[in-house]
Design a protein around this ligand. Structure first.
Ligand code: PEP
Ligand code: MG
Length: 748
């Protein structure tokens, strides 16, 4: 029986391929396909439903149902049995459809006379394209072999849909990846950019879903799997026994690569007429659907390993490596599911914009994007499956919107917006050399955050008074190996040269959390953001910190030097670190190096504990800088990288503002210079409120200096303080609505 079905399925695929071959319109092809499938499966009905938009399915062709219903019958995702197949990406097989859970009667189709129903999802590479259904009058459950055969056909229909075999006039049959599409995400970095798509991981294209010669396809599959196994073994060898985590992942890879079940299922798909590539994809889609339902994080990870392995196998089979040989287009806009800070730094300033399907505003990749002043939108769901390399794209980092393949009206409106932003930049340039002084005479020092050599030329143009935060770890992240001391000396000296006497606050290495150095063994920590990071690493492994301090002292070479320690949580951490500086200074002097003309040593305030440190701490430290990104995540117990929780808590929340105010008061009492260098310092409204509660020094990305200065110069802090106080008295949770209302009334 199985043998018979196998040849039957191959025959059907052969007939499908013939149906594809002619120069026929998409609709005619789809009609032909439904009649072929109905005929060869011995069913009265076969229908194809395709997505018309993200959540509407449309009947696009049918054999057996009322023809008038074609392109008329539509259902929402999840609606009826067809909608259920699409939403859950799983097979529905029932002998008695009208009695099945979720059945929805569509009178125009005339389907009430058909009892049994079998629906399978049409999908490829995690992208749901539609649903394929067969129905018959007799009440019977379809056999496992029949279900399998229909899944094989659905795989071919998916590949053909992707290749544009069914393109017609109707919206549901429009060519894929050709229509304008808009994505709404979250603002990661403001600014607007127009350019062309550059996919971080290009999609594999399969042009031959059906194969005549199963023997040859089996050989191809076996050859590719062998290559894959050798590759995984090699990776394991390179990883060695040092790195337990990496080894575990690779062992899981090896297990899958050698899995008999995986291989058998792919071979079976080939015996049923699929090409090796389509067989791999079929398995991958099934695993993908399973992944959507699994909640156990370990299992999810393993399924995603399998997904990764399938992608590798597809690349081997199609010869489409990660490097497809495609040239990066002019004005590239990077599209990725997610990306780490080190990978992003490799692209560097070449990029005009970045759009991530996942990602988060608080991540260090986002900070790198901000440092590079590249517009960034995160959480643009489905964009990596919709965009193709080279597509025209516009990124609106102000609104968190992305326009893919925009039509003319969007293009012209967007270009107007770019021109408006450019005009604003010019306005900011005109106040560059004016002080950041409010209408009631408060003068603020605005500084810039930096971390890349490339940032430094922006210092004179940004209107900043100096560098309030130089993130030294970025230099470590861009390399493949630990930089040598001599390299660091040269680099820090260049930074000081470029600053032309303006103060640069060098923050010692803040590694750990999501800033993982590629050449350092990652630690298996359940919660890295609260783990062994920053000063904790520096104090436990003083070698690197000492080397960095030596490099800074030598780079200063008689000039003033300012050093800041990250993530200090209690007084003794600061004292030990400071002693390290003193000892290093003494040793450098003994070695005959010129010492800095002056040295200031401060810390970041990133943990609530430090705000309540003994008063002595405030007296001993030369200055403090509030790292609002970390401080806020620990204050609200809300992961800065988890968009879902991060967005719940407003910086202008009364509790948080009161907390900052407390820090300002303690610093005023002890006379400790205080600044704020988290991302909020670069947001004009937030910056204004920080100024209102007493901060007089803010450090931000260079592109923010203009907008922040411009708003400060138009505001009266005394009035704003009253607005904030009134909102507090009214018991409001956040002062933002009141502040925004006040700004509007001021015409700001
Ligand atoms: C902060 O936490 O606010 C900060 C400036 O440090 P980073 O973002 O590099 O952790
Ligand atoms: Mg921090």
């Amino acid at each position: 029986m199985a043998e018979r079905l196998e040849t039957g399925s191959r025959k059907l695929l052969g007939r499908l391929r013939d149906a594809m071959a002619g120069d026929v319109a998409g609709q005619a092809r789809l009609d032909k396909i439904t009649s072929l499938i109905a005929d060869s499966m011995g069913c009265e009905v076969c229908s194809v439903y395709l997505f018309r938009d993200e959540d509407t399915l449309e009947l696009c062709a049918t054999e057996g149902l009322n023809q008038d219903a074609v392109h008329e019958t539509r259902m929402k995702l999840g609606e009826g049995l067809v909608g259920r197949v699409a939403r859950r990406r799983e097979v529905v097989n029932t002998p008695d459809a009208p009695q099945a859970k979720g059945f929805r009667y569509m009178p125009e189709t005339g389907e009430e006379v058909f009892s049994s129903f079998l629906g399978v999802p049409v999908q490829r590479l995690g992208d749901a394209l539609g649903v394929l259904v067969v129905q018959s009058r007799t009440a019977r459950e379809f056999s496992a072999d029949e279900v399998y055969a229909l899944e094989v056909v659905a795989m071919v229909v998916a590949e053909m849909t992707e290749l544009g075999a069914f393109v017609g006039d109707n919206a549901a049959m429009s060519a894929r990846h050709s229509q304008p599409a808009m994505f709404r995400g979250t603002v990661g970095q403001e600014g607007a950019a127009e350019g062309h798509v550059w996919l971080h991981e290009p999609r594999v294209v399969v042009t031959n879903p059906i194969a005549d010669d199963p023997v040859r396809e089996l050989e191809r599959l076996q050859g590719a799997v062998e290559q894959l196994r050798v590759g995984v073994d090699k990776m394991l060898e390179i990883a060695g026994s040092q790195d337990k985590d990496q080894q575990q992942v690779l062992e899981a890879y090896r297990m899958f690569a050698n899995s008999k079940g995986w291989m058998r299922r792919m071979e079976e798909a080939i015996s049923n007429g699929l090409s090796a590539e389509a067989a791999v994809e079929k398995e991958q889609s099934l695993a993908g659907a399973r992944m959507g339902k699994v909640t156990d994080s370990y299992l999810r990870e393993r399924l995603s390993d399998l997904d990764d392995l399938s992608n590798r196998l597809l690349r081997i089979l199609t010869g489409q490596g990660a490097d497809t040989g495609a040239e990066m287009p002019a004005n590239p806009i990077l599209i990725a599911r997610n990306i780490g800070p080190a990978e992003l730094l490799e692209y560097g300033r070449n990029l005009k914009g970045i759009v991530l399907e996942e990602g988060s505003v608080g991540s260090h990749a986002a900070i790198v994007a901000r440092a590079l002043a590249i517009p960034l939108v995160v959480h643009a769901s489905r964009i990596s499956t919709e965009a193709l390399n080279g597509d025209h794209i516009m990124v609106d980092g102000e609104q968190g919107m992305v326009h893919l393949r925009p039509d003319d009206s969007v293009v012209s409106a967007f270009r107007d917006k770019i021109a408006m932003l450019a005009a604003a930049q010019e306005r900011y340039a005109s106040i560059r050399d004016l002080p950041a002084e409010t209408l009631d005479g408060a003068v603020l020092s605005l500084q810039m955050n930096a971390g890349l050599m490339a940032d430094l030329p922006s210092l004179p143009n940004s209107g900043a008074d100096g560098v309030g935060l130089f993130r030294t770890e970025l230099q470590f992240l861009v390399r493949n190996q630990m930089p040598r001391r001599s390299e660091l000396v040269a680099l820090y000296a260049r930074v000081l040269d470029a600053a032309q006497g303006k103060r640069v606050i060098f923050r010692t290495l803040d590694i750990g959390s999501d800033k993982v150095l590629p050449y350092m063994k990652p630690n298996d920590e359940p919660n890295p953001a609260m783990g062994w990071r920053a000063i904790r690493v520096g104090l436990d492994k003083p070698g690197i910190m000492r080397m960095q301090l030596q490099a800074l002292i030598r780079a200063a070479n008689g000039r003033p030097l300012t050093v800041m320690f990250p993530f200090v949580a209690q007084l003794d951490e600061y004292r030990i670190a400071r002693r390290m500086v003193d000892k290093t200074l003494a040793a450098e002097e003994r070695l005959g190096h010129v010492l800095p003309s002056s040295i200031e040593i401060g810390t970041m305030l990133e943990t609530p504990s430090l705000a309540f440190a003994p008063y002595k701490f405030f007296e001993e430290v030369d200055f403090l800088s509030i790292g609002g990104n970390d401080l806020k995540q620990f204050f609200f117990a809300a992961d800065r990288e988890n968009e879902r929780v991060r967005r719940r808590y407003d910086t202008l929340n009364v509790s948080f503002l009161s907390f900052i105010e407390g820090i300002v008061e303690r610093c005023e009492m002890s006379g400790t210079p205080l600044s704020f260098c988290g991302e909020d310092a670069g947001r004009p409204v937030e910056a204004l409120c920080l100024a209102a509660i007493g901060l007089r020094s803010l450090s931000m990305r260079p592109a923010s200096v203009g907008p922040v200065k411009s708003l400060l110069r138009r505001a009266n802090l005394q009035d704003l303080r009253k607005v904030i106080a009134d909102a507090r008295h009214r018991g409001e949770m956040s002062v933002r609505p009141a502040v925004m209302e006040w700004l509007r009334s001021q015409g700001a």
